[in-house]
Design a protein around this ligand. Structure first.
Ligand SMILES: Cc1cc2nc3c(=O)[nH]c(=O)nc-3n(C[C@H](O)[C@H](O)[C@H](O)COP(=O)(O)OP(=O)(O)OC[C@H]3O[C@@H](n4cnc5c(N)ncnc54)[C@H](O)[C@@H]3O)c2cc1C
Length: 470
């Protein structure tokens, strides 16, 4: 009989243990604090010109600027960032750098069955290219490629674990990572690397600047002014760049193009970082091979070790706020942090007494096709990408090349993809968006409590290509 309580609820630790573990934690992004050499860049003041202006200093914008200079070292490239390089999703994510360009095989195969094999091959090549770039560009970002384990924590998930080639029995998975909740799992050895997210962003900026990109922080773009033909004026409060081409990499933030505004919504995701584990605590968990780890539910956790032997524990709650805005106050959600801490000790009861040092949240760049979309506007002078839906660390590197191909008017293997040419269905305006998203989350939660079974509405949305998966 299916139980209406998850394993995390059934194995919940005492509330006092959770409170004590969270008590000394700081609401701050560990990764951003742990990137001491971060370079700083002056705001844009006055008027200048460029061949290409990139808007947004996250991974997508940074890879675009780097790739543009590598393609054409003589090109004049500017990058404008509204706040600081990597402060948003790129500096606060889990650091799982996955090969998949389609937010997992199921989504890719369902949406683009004809080109799925090609998408998988391009994704694998992108991850290999990423690794090669880390070496070639000297990106000091704690890159490692241990693969990823997905763990079955409910018996019905064992069938999913057995479906892939890297099946691990209960004994095998517990030798890798010791949790009494793990019933089995799957180790994808090739498809995932781990990075230090903030250091990756800061290193990409350093490389871009070394290649000659003019980077400006605290330079929020307020307007793209265009005449029928000719260059685009990219305007900030204190300056402007007259540009032949513009690449928008503004992710979940309000798009400078009206047509793209309803294509993404921010869904808030929460994370905790522990203090460094002692040698005894490390021995109690195992994890010699340092894989990325997730569980198999619709609402999943993502978990990974750091270089200095902490554990990052994030995910599960995914919160949409009415109106779809990005707001700092949404990051303060004690109930989500308490739930995460409780699930952590349910997964690793042998670590009772360990403390969390950092807690933070970030907005997931969600769109209805669950992976990045691309396009051109203003007569082909402005290219854009967004909508990575929580899997953009690897895919942003691929997206950069797509946007540059599009802006160059090039016909490439990338630009011919249906995935690149398809536009996701926009989210409806409020209040429908809020009701729909809340209902999807509720249905997924119910499914996780009922052997993964989805209700009638979820199955209908799946068939329409709108099913919501974390
Ligand atoms: C908590 C969390 C965990 C995640 N975990 C993972 C993970 O483990 N693996 C994974 O693959 N993905 C993960 N993701 C998703 C991943 O971080 C993103 O997909 C990726 O960082 C997107 O990069 P980006 O450059 O598009 O966006 P961002 O990093 O958000 O950068 C966009 C930038 O554009 C700037 N900007 C916006 N508007 C303007 C404007 N008008 N003018 C100037 N600048 C502007 C913003 O200030 C921002 O710096 C996670 C996301 C979150 C929030």
């Amino acid at each position: 009989m299916p139980t209406l309580r998850t394993v995390y609820e059934l194995n919940a630790p005492a509330p006092a243990l959770v409170e004590a573990a969270l008590r000394g934690s700081e609401r701050a992004v560990f990764w951003l604090q742990d990137s001491p050499g971060r370079p700083r860049y002056e705001p844009l003041v006055g008027s200048t010109t460029a061949d290409l202006t990139v808007v947004g200093g996250g991974y997508a914008g940074l890879w675009t600027a780097v790739a543009a200079k590598r393609r054409n070292p003589g090109a004049r490239v500017a990058l404008l960032e509204g706040q600081e390089i990597g402060w948003a999703a790129s500096g606060r994510n889990g650091g799982f750098c996955e090969a998949s360009l389609t937010h997992g095989a199921t989504n890719g195969r369902n949406r683009w069955p004809d080109e799925f094999d090609e998408l998988e091959a391009l994704g694998a090549a992108n991850l290999d290219g990423f690794e090669a770039d880390v070496a070639e560009l000297g990106l000091d970002c704690q890159f490692e490629r241990p693969g990823m384990i997905t763990a079955a924590v409910e018996t019905h998930q064992l069938d999913w674990a057995k479906a892939g080639p890297g099946y691990l029995t209960q004994d095998q998975i517990r030798v890798e990572i010791n949790s009494p909740l793990f019933l089995g799992g799957n180790w994808d050895r090739d498809g995932c690397a781990l990075v230090h997210p903030a250091r990756l962003a800061h290193e990409l900026a350093r490389v871009a600047a070394d290649l000659g990109v003019q980077i400006h922080e605290h330079s929020q773009v307020t307007e793209l002014a265009t005449a029928r033909t000719g260059p685009v004026d990219v305007r900030t409060a204190r300056g402007s760049v007259r540009s032949e081409r513009v690449a928008l990499a503004t992710n979940v933030f309000p798009s400078l193009l009206r047509r793209a505004r309803l294509l993404t919504v921010p869904i808030y995701d929460y994370a905790l970082m522990t203090e460094p584990l002692s040698a005894e605590q490390q021995a109690a968990v195992g994890w010699q091979n340092r894989q990325g780890l997730a569980d198999m539910a619709n609402q999943f956790h993502y978990i990974r070790p750091t270089d200095d032997h902490r554990i990052l524990f994030g995910g599960y709650d995914a919160i949409y706020h009415y109106g779809g805005r990005v707001k700092e106050s949404y990051e303060d959600r004690p109930a989500s942090y308490r739930r995460l801490a409780s699930h952590f000790f349910a997964m690793f009861p042998q670590l009772g007494g360990l403390r969390f040092t950092h807690r933070w949240a970030g907005a997931i760049d969600t769109c209805t096709q669950f992976c990045a979309f691309y396009g051109l506007a203003r007569g082909g002078r402005v290219g854009y990408t967004a909508g990575f839906t929580g899997l953009g660390v690897g895919a942003a590197r691929f997206a950069a090349d797509v946007v540059l191909d599009l802006l160059n008017g090039a016909d490439t293997e990338r630009t011919r993809l249906k995935m690149v040419r398809s536009t996701p269905i926009p989210f409806p305006p409020e209040p429908v968006a809020s009701l729909g998203i809340q209902f999807s989350r509720w249905s997924l939660d119910r499914a996780d409590h009922q052997e993964g079974r989805r209700n009638v509405l979820m199955r209908t949305l799946d068939r329409m290509g709108l099913g919501f998966d974390s």
